[in-house]
Design a protein around this ligand. Structure first.
Ligand SMILES: Cc1cc2nc3c(=O)[nH]c(=O)nc-3n(C[C@H](O)[C@H](O)[C@H](O)COP(=O)(O)OP(=O)(O)OC[C@H]3O[C@@H](n4cnc5c(N)ncnc54)[C@H](O)[C@@H]3O)c2cc1C
Length: 451
């Protein structure tokens, strides 16, 4: 019998789902080690959240974030991101203890990923004592963190990756550099087509089905989608063991994010111009805002971070003008009284602008265009469940070794041949590109020993 016409004629070593920073870092690493790799991306272009777009004539910004957690220097170097055009402004340093702890945790997870391990079904695996846990606790205590008891603001959140500096040209420049790294290494990118199913044979992930009806056979599959997208949408509902489905269904999302992009005739007037080059967190009661979010309400004063991104990167605005972004936290995916509509968008935008005006009086009059991005937009564009950019709440039961499986690396899953990278995997919160490299490392170790 001839080959199925709907199947690709080649069998790949690895099929990666999602061409964001993690998928591209994973692809570049695998291809550089001689593996035959294809990356499937549903958007027409690779990059994921690493994009920069014009939102008004002459004004550009990255719609989903201005910065990502820092890329570990060794990975930045190995992927040759500087040669591929990624120029980052220096990032704010976190305290020595936290930075050292984070580096130790990343090194440990990467080393563990390189050790082949059996795929254990979830109900047979036991939580593995993981050095990250006590490192995280110690790091949090030494830096005066609120401890592990406070789910969203504890030591774990402090340990989570600090901003890595703004790339010149916005996050799109970083996305382009990663794309070049992957393509130059020999990875194939298949854009504009969605992965719809992961097919299993004898319990092992063996192929990825695409929205155009084709199928990619691969020895291993890496998903960079969040936990719920990966397991609850890419498998038939009854295809996975019940304990696994229950574990995943119980995984909680982080509060949603919204972004307001403002084109300004001129930058805000401040005494110290250096102030415009730094992110400014506007005072808000985080606990109150999270309580409002949990009740499906738009917080009166959402926690907000304001950046005049064009003060750091003048290419984003015409001469003399400015781009300001406002990143708002604790924004519900769906308000308690029904889906988002024009009125609710106006309410959120007005609350954000009130905060900005308190900080920078006179800004309101300088606005020529405002673009608001809310959690459903993020969910629709990037495919993040509930519009959660963080891949899950940063709570003790969902972080480090438990993000999401009781495994040292968080990249091997209970489905043989399926690996997880991205924000929901163990390294997702700690650094950018590290979870992609960890997945690549684990895949290579397992393929070498024929697992
Ligand atoms: C504590 C913490 C702090 C963080 N800080 C930030 C931050 O400041 N800013 C920020 O943006 N992120 C932040 N993150 C998230 C982190 O940056 C991510 O781990 C990672 O950088 C995102 O890259 P990615 O490639 O996994 O995902 P993405 O960039 O979202 O890329 C995923 C890609 O998959 C594609 N896709 C989705 N569904 C399918 C499908 N079915 N088939 C094919 N393709 C599909 C999407 O189109 C997209 O291109 C943070 C995370 C944590 C936990």
């Amino acid at each position: 019998m001839g080959p199925d016409r709907r199947e690709f004629s080649v069998r790949y070593d690895v099929c990666i789902i999602g061409a964001g920073a993690e998928g591209l870092a994973c692809a570049a690493t695998l291809a550089a080690h001689g593996r035959r790799v294809v990356v499937v991306e549903r958007l027409p272009e690779p990059g994921g959240r690493c994009v920069t777009r014009a939102f008004a004539p002459g004004f550009s910004a990255s719609p989903f974030a201005d910065e990502l957690p820092a890329i570990p220097p060794a990975i930045f170097r190995d992927l040759e991101l500087a040669r591929h055009g990624a120029i980052l402004t220096p990032a704010a340093e976190s305290s020595g203890t936290i930075a050292a702890t984070r580096e130790a945790v990343i090194a440990r997870v990467l080393a563990d990923a390189a050790k082949p391990r059996p795929f254990l079904p979830l109900w047979r695996s036991r939580p593995v004592p993981w050095p990250g846990e006590d490192l995280a606790t110690r790091g949090g205590i030494e830096c005066g963190g609120e401890g592990l008891g406070d789910p969203d603001r504890g030591a774990l959140a402090l340990l989570a990756g600090p901003a890595g500096g703004m790339p010149r040209g916005g996050l799109g420049a970083l996305g382009n550099a990663l794309r070049r790294a992957a393509e130059e290494a020999g990875a194939e990118l298949l854009c504009g087509v969605e992965a719809t199913d992961i097919r299993r044979r004898h319990g092992r992930a063996v192929a990825v089905r695409l929205s155009d009806g084709r199928e990619i056979a691969a020895a291993a599959v890496v998903s960079t989608l969040d936990l719920k997208r990966t397991f609850l949408t890419l498998f038939a509902w009854n295809d996975l063991p019940k304990p696994l489905v229950e574990r995943i269904a119980a995984f909680r999302a982080a509060p949603g994010t919204a972004r307001l992009l403002l084109a300004l005739e001129a930058p805000p007037v401040v005494k110290d111009p250096d102030m415009l080059r730094r992110p400014i967190a506007l005072a808000a009661s985080y606990g109150e805002a999270v309580r409002a979010w949990a009740g499906g309400m738009i917080p009166d004063r959402p926690p907000a971070v304001v950046r005049v991104v064009s003060a750091v990167d003048p290419f984003l605005a015409p001469d003399g003008a400015a781009v300001m972004t406002v990143t708002l936290s604790a924004i519900p995916r769906e308000p308690f009284d029904g889906p988002w509509n024009g009125d609710k968008r106006i309410v959120l935008q007005a609350r954000a602008l009130k905060l900005v005006e308190e900080m920078f009086p006179g800004t309101f009059e300088r606005i020529t265009t405002a673009a608001l991005i809310i959690p459903p937009d993020i969910e629709r564009e990037l495919g993040c469940t509930e519009g959660d950019l963080y891949g899950g709440a940063l709570s003790p039961s969902q972080m480090l070794a438990f993000r999401p499986f009781p495994d040292c690396t968080g990249t091997r899953t209970p489905v043989k041949g399926l690996y997880l990278a991205g924000a929901s995997s163990a390294l997702g919160p700690l650094a950018t590109c590290a979870s992609g490299v960890a997945a690549a490392t684990a895949v290579m170790a397992d393929l070498r020993r024929g697992a």
